[in-house]
Design a protein around this ligand. Structure first.
Ligand SMILES: Nc1ncnc2c1ncn2[C@@H]1O[C@H](COP(=O)(O)OP(=O)(O)OP(=O)(O)O)[C@@H](O)[C@H]1O
Ligand SMILES: [Mg+2]
Length: 225
């Protein structure tokens, strides 16, 4: 937990503490290891380095409150502004501080195991495409099931994929399943949700809009200058 935040609204902090305590009872301490975290999130090295202490507490508070209110997150901003870093740091913080909702606890015997699934949008579609073209259709549906059933699905770079019928049908299945199961999404994107509706698909955009809180990163590219 980011210590900068301890002076914030005490009611909010109190309810967060209760939340964590109940989760902590259910979430076996011995499972909360770096090794399990790596295995579950399958983050690339760069994402594993992301730490919440480097994040502006304004965004962090907004994100935690939204997730606790069972909302998904749509993290939007310019190229290189830090969206992926933020989402990865947030997931690390949630996991290690065992922050989950009642629903997450009630859903599974082992909340730590199906807590989060991470995919880069392009890689996910590519992986599914290869499987689809091969013979193992049940692997394809296993990946879609895993995305659909996990508590939090983190899709990085949402919106840069080509708009093809096949891509849209995969995204529609996943987003619709999250929507219907009341499970959560963390999406990072360079484009506004209105543009997703216009250029990609209205059904998908409509569901994401209803489910999500917009976190807008108002800063320039960190990679240059
Ligand atoms: N809070 C931070 N503290 C330290 N480094 C950061 C922070 N946020 C981002 N970075 C670094 O800045 C660079 C850009 O960040 P990141 O990849 O998260 O941007 P992005 O918004 O996801 O970009 P894109 O739109 O291209 O996907 C990376 O090298 C990342 O490690
Ligand atoms: Mg990114």
């Amino acid at each position: 937990m980011n210590e900068n935040l301890s002076s914030n609204n005490s009611d909010e902090n109190q309810s967060r503490e209760n939340w964590t305590k109940r989760a902590a009872e259910k979430w076996n301490e011995e499972n909360v290891t770096e090794e399990n975290f790596k295995q579950i999130v399958k983050f690339k090295a760069r994402l594993l380095n992301a730490e919440i202490k480097n994040i502006d507490s304004k965004y962090y508070l907004q994100a935690v409150k939204s997730l606790q209110d069972k909302k998904s997150l749509y993290i939007q901003g310019k190229i290189g502004c830090g969206k992926t870093y933020f989402a990865a740091a947030l997931i690390r913080d949630l996991w290690f501080s065992k922050r989950c909702t009642e629903e997450m606890i009630n859903r599974g015997k082992y909340p730590w195991q199906n807590f989060v699934v991470y995919h880069d949008m392009l890689n996910l579609l590519q992986e599914l495409r290869e499987i689809y073209q091969g013979i193992s259709r049940n692997v394809e549906s296993a990946i879609i099931d895993e995305c659909s059933n996990c508590d939090i699905l983190f899709i990085d770079d949402f919106g840069i994929q080509k708009v093809t019928e096949w891509n849209l049908s995969i995204m529609d299945q996943i987003i619709n399943n999250k929507y219907n199961n009341y499970t959560q999404l963390i999406l990072t994107s360079n484009i506004a949700i209105s543009k997703v509706a216009k250029n990609m698909d209205e059904r998908i955009a409509s569901r994401i809009s209803e489910m999500s809180e917009l976190i807008y990163f108002d800063r320039d590219d960190r990679r240059v200058g």
